[in-house]
Design a protein around this ligand. Structure first.
Ligand code: COA
Length: 261
């Protein structure tokens, strides 16, 4: 698939940079853009040469200013439900990618933009970034996971505050409530994200994938089931070459060289 609304560039270290690029519409997610993101996330899952993913928005004003309101305005009930299910599935693909993912939030992250950012493992923001779920101002509710991921990230009370006032918060407040992990100046945003990704990539890839999966599974089941999954994941690592290499390297006082097996 060739892309018109996003760019996918993979560097020599296997870090894929996905840039949503409709700057004249503040990178709003229309149908075509969502289809391209679905394709990019599928590639990121299936291509072993892609080891991590960073997602950002083109221009200096917006990460993504939401789903495309022009398209939303004319949907029937059946079409709107189908659109939400499709968008949820695409973002879930990103959320469950067994590789490190980071949202580089360089401006407005509203509605579907915040939902996209929340589907990444971490969020890094520039000081001018703005976050919110303003859907209620349009007489609709979030459809790409906002009502579910926001309370999981920042807690019920803070999520409800944002969800029913439709208000926006700046990067400092987003950092304070745990919605973003780091705040950096714009010129350092992508280098910082790449640095973070490199830290994760220096570790055992199978272990990183299992840690991501354990958090994902555990947040949606009870503690007992979550702990059972963790024990099984821990057991599985004992069958990997990476466990042997990682523990041996420590005991031999050298840096581990993981093969991802
Ligand atoms: N969907 C479709 N178009 C959008 C959009 C969206 N979510 N967000 C911005 N745009 C378009 C604007 O319509 C405008 O297009 P135009 O130049 O053809 O009129 C262009 O992007 C620039 O936006 P504009 O509103 O002029 O910029 P601004 O700096 O005055 O305001 C925002 C920026 C983000 C506050 C404002 O664009 C906004 O509120 N966007 C909608 C946010 C939202 O409700 N998102 C959730 C959608 S479910």
């Amino acid at each position: 698939m060739s892309y018109n609304n996003i760019r996918l560039e993979t560097d020599q270290d296997g870090i894929a940079l996905v840039t949503v690029s409709r700057p004249e519409k503040l990178n709003a997610l229309n149908r075509d853009t969502m289809a391209e993101l679905a394709d990019a996330f599928t590639r990121a899952r299936e291509d072993a040469a892609i080891r991590a993913l960073i997602i950002t928005g083109a221009g200096e004003k917006a990460f993504v200013a939401g789903a495309d309101i022009q398209e939303l305005a004319v949907l029937s009930a059946v079409e709107a439900r189908a659109l939400a299910l499709r968008g949820q599935a695409i973002f879930r693909m990103l959320e469950t990618l067994p590789k490190p993912t980071a949202a580089a939030v360089n401006g407005f992250a509203l509605g579907g933009g915040l939902e996209l950012a929340m589907s990444c493992a971490i969020r890094v923001a520039t000081p001018n970034a703005k976050f919110g779920q303003p859907e209620v101002k349009l007489g609709i509710v979030p459809g790409y996971g906002g009502t579910q991921r926001l309370p999981r990230l920042v807690g019920r009370g803070r999520a409800i505050d944002l969800l029913i006032t439709g208000g926006t918060i700046d990067a400092a407040e987003a950092y304070r409530i745990g919605l973003v992990n780091y705040v950096t100046p714009l010129e350092e945003l992508l280098p910082f994200c790449r640095g973070w990704v490199h830290k994760a990539l220096a570790n055992g890839p199978k272990a990183v994938a299992l840690a991501l999966e354990a958090v994902d599974v555990g947040l949606d089941c009870g503690i007992d089931e979550g702990l059972r999954f963790e024990a099984a994941a821990f057991g599985l690592t004992a069958a990997t070459e990476d466990r042997n290499e990682g523990t041996r390297a420590f005991l031999e006082k050298r840096k581990a060289a993981f093969a991802g097996k």
